[in-house]
Design a protein around this ligand. Structure first.
Ligand code: XMP
Length: 514
């Protein structure tokens, strides 16, 4: 394992992903972890991430010198570079030598371990206030910029390396190469980690964990739960029962996708609970978004628990495990412990009821989303499931502004299916993070169709580009595609006479309308 020590910036996850792109397994640890604990993990190398602090700020995170004396190769980036410099006796000045953004870097030692085979001048991404003016003893300076005399240093003998910039971001043109040079050449690690190994390893672990007991898994139709279920099914076969609650708020074809395609691809044992009526009854007369979310979340848990109880009562070995599609970013973020404001009450499939005790099986805990997709692909899941864009647990229930009724759901399903079809046909599925299609059920506007006046509802298209859904921008998509979607929706969907485009970024708007 390669450890990425997180100094509290948003960069650590990106670094960990880049290491894995170099086919080496990586994990993130907080900078507050004692060095002895880090070393106990037997890391083949350690990377110190960037961070928001100045090394001179009060309470700035520090690192124990022992880390550099353990014989483990270390690579410091940005804040990690500066902390390395100051800890080992180099000089960092807070003299206002700032650099932000794209900066030309001059490589002063082209044959160096980090920069071998990269151009003498390359563009890198900087983001720092303080600057290193003298490298620690025993280090060679290998790059500089107009502002910073020491922008990279290396000590091959001790296997210690550092760069002032952020090699993990794409704006640093040779960043991945430099990182790989550290990993392969500096630290001498063989790139052997693949998602194929993950499957093998997880199958063995799951078999060991579950033994001859049984497990259940809630399927949402989303990528994560589907891949988690498929992986567990591969390990324990019919000892796993999957539960899919059809709440009637899914998009066109999605329930069928789970019922047919998922089962066909995996052979999993699936229980489908048809709960449409129950959800629609519970939602009748409700327009307030948070109330809708709470109702959907509550009903979901009830139906899911009921299904669990029925499975628990079946003859057979004890049902002792609940499978969840928890991903690595969730693990890292919940470990971070910084509370974020509750903007919307998110609900996730398989939310654990307090009074039923299961042990969790979370085979995707080590993986990033793109890796989960690769695992899904290798497990033979259909493209429609593996490449599926994010879709909220409460489904179309929070894409109807106003009361949710069957009729309105059907209307929205038709409009949404058209938008999805045209976006796919235009090859935009990868470029667009997701495109909620929203029905403004309480709004009517006047239109003219054929020879007559209409008084119908608007449909909102909300295509967004994002990396993690925390922030997003509206996608500048081609007018022709918008025109086609608009024409088709107004022609084909009853009661819709207007299509509008949402051109708000997040913030201030959220991605969903409710
Ligand atoms: P917002 O609207 O908060 O959405 O900008 C951010 C991302 O989260 C998805 N989303 C949800 N996902 N349960 C989920 O599993 C939910 O209750 C939920 N609400 C929003 C949304 O589609 C976007 O990807």
């Amino acid at each position: 394992v390669v450890l990425v020590v997180d100094f509290g910036a948003q960069y650590a996850q990106l670094i960990a992903r880049r290491v894995r792109e170099a086919r080496i397994y990586s994990e993130i640890v907080p900078s507050t972890m004692p060095v002895s604990e880090m070393l106990a993990k037997n890391p083949k190398a350690i990377i110190l991430s960037g961070g928001p602090s100045s090394v001179y700020a009060e309470g700035a995170p520090a690192i124990d010198r022992a880390l550099f004396e353990a014989g483990v190769p270390v690579f410091g980036m940005c804040y990690g570079f500066q902390i390395m410099a100051t800890t080992l006796g180099g000089t960092v000045d807070d003299n206002g030598a700032r650099e932000y953004g794209r900066t030309p870097l001059k490589v002063t030692r082209s044959g160096s371990t980090l920069f071998e085979g990269t151009p003498d001048e390359q563009s890198v991404w900087m983001s720092h206030g303080d600057a290193c003016s003298a490298a620690p003893e025993g280090f060679t300076v290998t790059a500089s910029t107009d502002v910073v005399p020491v922008a990279a240093f290396e000590n091959d003998e001790k296997k210690l390396y550092g760069v002032q910039y952020h090699p993990e971001v794409l704006h640093s043109t040779h960043g991945q190469q430099v990182l790989e040079h550290f990993l392969y050449r500096g630290a001498g690690i063989e790139p052997t980690w693949t998602t194929g190994n993950v499957i093998e390893e997880q199958v063995a672990l799951i078999r060991e964990q579950v033994g001859d007991k049984r497990a259940i898994c809630g399927l949402s139709g989303g990528v994560d739960s589907a891949v988690a279920a498929a992986l567990v099914q591969r390990a324990i076969g019919d000892q796993l029962t999957c539960v899919y609650v059809d709440h009637g708020l899914m998009r066109k074809g999605e329930t069928e996708q789970v019922q047919k395609d998922f089962v066909a691809a995996t052979g999993a044992r699936l229980v489908v609970v048809d709960a449409e009526k129950r959800f629609l009854d519970a939602l009748a007369g409700v327009s307030d978004p948070e109330t809708k979310r709470k109702i959907i979340g509550r009903e979901f848990i009830r139906v899911f628990e009921q299904a669990q109880l029925e499975i628990l009562q079946e003859d057979g070995p004890e049902v002792a495990f609940l499978v969840q599609g928890t991903l690595y970013p969730d693990v890292v973020e919940s470990g971070g412990g910084t509370g974020t404001a509750n903007i919307k009450s998110h609900h996730n499939v398989g939310g654990l009821p307090d009074d039923i005790e299961f042990e969790l099986v979370e085979p995707l805990r080590q993986l990033f989303k793109d890796e989960v997709r690769m695992v899904g692909q290798e497990l033979g899941l259909p493209e429609e499931i593996v490449q599926r864009q994010p879709f909220p647990g409460p489904g179309l229930g929070i894409r109807i502004v106003g009361e949710v009724t069957k009729e309105r759901l059907d209307l929205l399903r038709d409009a949404d299916a058209i938008a999805r079809e045209e976006l796919s046909a235009a090859g935009l599925d990868r470029e667009i993070w997701q495109c909620p299609v929203v029905l403004l059920a309480d709004v009517r506007s006047v239109g003219v169709q054929g020879d007559g006046r209409t008084y119908g509802h608007p449909i909102v298209l909300r295509p967004v580009s994002s990396e993690d859904a925390m922030t997003a921008d509206w996608t500048r998509m081609p007018y022709e595609v918008l025109a086609k979607i608009s024409t088709r929706i107004t022609n084909e969907v009853k009661d819709v006479n207007r299509v509008v485009l949402d051109v708000t970024s997040k913030p201030p708007g959220t991605i969903e309308w409710e």
